[in-house]
Design a protein around this ligand. Structure first.
Ligand code: SF4
Length: 304
């Protein structure tokens, strides 16, 4: 952060920490106090910790700025972008901690060293969170180019010795991919070519025997709950889809709205003002693409 501040001429920085991460907040504040004692901080540049009031949408950079300004955490219309007009109207540089933490190593060891950290023709290192049906969930630092199957092995393999059924490579907002694609090499371009996205780099593992309609409904419900409500397509569209899916799972729907799902997905993608609404229906759309027969099985139960 000091190096980034030096480059852009910033005098003040904030580390934004979710309120659930109390030990991490304390560790950060100890480190800041130590840096001040050593004279690294507090003269040309200083850092404060801001504890998030909570909310998935606050990961969106302009919603994060709103929260820092003590307002309701809703994304701003862009432009202007934070680099032009950010916190308190000032030009603001926003990066995630992982990116800024890589800067000293990159400057010290150089670009060739960084490139050589990747394998199979990919560059660099990446932190990836692994969750879902694995033996040892956690955060792993991998060489770019490691395959999804290799990363699942690093996390102890699929839980209870089961086989892999599906995975989300980049967190809730990425498309589900089937087990047959687990040989995909982890990098932004290769995951996109496989039909999903690396996104937040949070691999979610789904074991065999899992109902994909229920799983996708759960993810869309999460987006419905986390929608900030600022724009209509996201606020109303996610609710419509969740109630349709919940009706189908409760055997009281006819699935008539399913035909409208592609239109709704396109509408949300094109008219929502932030990434949450733009990708909110990805989980169900991709689940239907690969496991449509599971939806048909649910629909067949509607009148029984
Ligand atoms: S897309 Fe959804 S989360 Fe994003 S600003 Fe609009 S209502 Fe809020």
């Amino acid at each position: 952060m000091c190096l980034a501040a030096f480059v852009v001429g910033a005098r003040q920085g904030w580390v934004y920490v979710r309120n659930e991460y109390e030990p991490e907040r304390q560790a950060m504040q100890r480190a800041i106090a130590d840096a001040r004692k050593r004279g690294v901080l507090g003269h040309e540049f200083d850092i404060e910790v801001f504890v998030s009031p909570g909310g998935y949408i606050l990961g969106e950079e302009t919603a994060l700025l709103e929260a820092l300004e003590d307002r309701r955490g809703e994304p701003r219309n862009k432009p202007p972008y934070p680099g032009q007009k950010g916190l308190w109207g000032q030009p603001t540089l926003i990066n995630n901690v992982e990116t800024l933490a890589m800067v000293p190593a990159l400057l010290k060891r150089g670009a060739d060293w960084w490139k050589a950290q990747g394998i199979r023709g990919h560059s660099g290192l990446k932190f990836i969170g692994v969750s879902g049906h694995v033996e040892n969930p956690g955060v792993f630092e991998i060489r770019m180019g490691t395959t999804v199957a290799e990363l699942i092995e690093m996390a102890g393999g699929v839980r209870d010795g089961k086989r892999l059924k599906a995975f989300l490579p980049g967190g809730a907002s990425s498309n589900f991919l089937p087990a047959e694609k687990a040989a995909v090499e982890i990098d932004f371009k290769t995951i996109a070519e496989a039909g999903s996205m690396l996104g937040a780099a949070a691999l979610v593992v789904v074991a065999e025997g899992t109902d994909m309609v229920e799983t996708a409904t759960n993810v869309v419900r999460f987006f419905r709950n986390e929608s900030c409500g600022k724009c209509v397509p996201c606020r109303v569209g996610t609710e419509k889809v969740v109630s349709m899916l919940e009706d189908i799972l409760a055997r009281r729907g006819d699935g008539a709205l399913l035909d409208l799902l592609p239109d709704l997905e396109q509408t949300l993608a094109e008219t929502s003002i932030c990434g949450l609404g733009q990708v909110a229906l990805n989980p169900i759309a991709s689940a239907l693409r690969y496991w449509g027969e599971e939806m048909n099985a649910h629909l067949a139960k509607q009148s029984s």
